[in-house]
Design a protein around this ligand. Structure first.
Ligand SMILES: Nc1ncnc2c1ncn2[C@@H]1O[C@H](COP(=O)(O)OP(=O)(O)OP(=O)(O)O)[C@@H](O)[C@H]1O
Length: 224
């Protein structure tokens, strides 16, 4: 099967000290329906790596392809379009848009991609129900608890059925039951909608949901 995402010897210098490498030789092949957990100590660069994959940051060395296309050859506008259509990102700090309601936050990728309007409401309602946030759709992000914000961020990352979901500690603020709901939703996105999932987590329980578990450090990936 052709890989969805290929990382070839990616490397990044330490943002605050460019003489030193944060990580080197990060190489990875992700198939279209892979569910991969990435674990590693705090500060090794897991979030930085997800940002690089999403085109929000650039590597200092190495190459990446996504759907067979070399990402280094794309300019920022092309990267933005690719990210908007094909990727969903659950940020560690959620990054909900404070001026939009919960419902508008979830629907944002749907609107930005100009997907069929008649199906939008149903999709948003379904995800909100699954994630137990239906009662908050009209609320503003500042009115939510951390765990509620996290579930809104998850709904927004999957709403447009991306081919790659990048999830940075998506269960970090959740109780065990809500964490299970989020992880089963991510697994379903793979099994039913053909998405690949890259899950960054410190939780062994969360990593247990993945098909593959990798350890990430300054030398790149190792299987766990
Ligand atoms: N903009 C920045 N300026 C300076 N240093 C940065 C910046 N962004 C990240 N770093 C540093 O790069 C390193 C990697 O950070 P990153 O957030 O990618 O790690 P992480 O593995 O995701 O950590 P955690 O598990 O704690 O979330 C850290 O030492 C961090 O302090």
């Amino acid at each position: 099967m052709t890989a969805l995402l290929v990382l070839n010897n990616l490397a990044k210098r330490l943002p605050g000290d460019p003489q030193r490498w944060l990580f080197r030789d990060a190489s990875l092949n992700i198939a279209p329906t892979d569910f991969v957990a990435i674990m590693g100590e705090s500060g090794v660069g897991k979030s930085t790596l997800l940002n690089i994959i999403a085109g929000l940051d650039r590597p200092d060395a190495g190459h990446m392809t996504f759907q067979g296309q070399a990402l280094d050859t794309l300019d920022d506008d092309a990267r933005t379009l690719l990210r908007r259509r094909h990727m969903g990102f659950v940020f560690q700090a959620f990054h909900l848009i404070p001026q939009l309601t919960v419902e508008e936050n979830i629907a944002l990728p749907w609107r930005l991609n100009a997907l069929p309007r008649r199906e939008m409401q149903q999709r948003v309602n379904l995800l909100a129900k699954r994630l137990g946030i239906s009662g908050h759709l009209a609320a503003w992000p500042r009115e939510l608890s951390g765990g509620e914000m996290q579930r809104v961020a998850v709904a927004r990352a999957v709403v447009h059925r991306p081919s790659l979901i990048l999830a940075d500690e998506p269960t970090g603020s959740l109780d065990a039951e809500s964490a299970k709901t989020v992880l089963s939703l991510l697994r379903e996105a793979g099994e039913e909608e053909g998405a690949a999932v890259l899950l960054v987590t410190h939780s062994v329980t969360a990593a247990g949901w993945a098909q593959r578990r990798l350890r990430f450090d300054a030398q790149g990936f190792r299987s766990l």
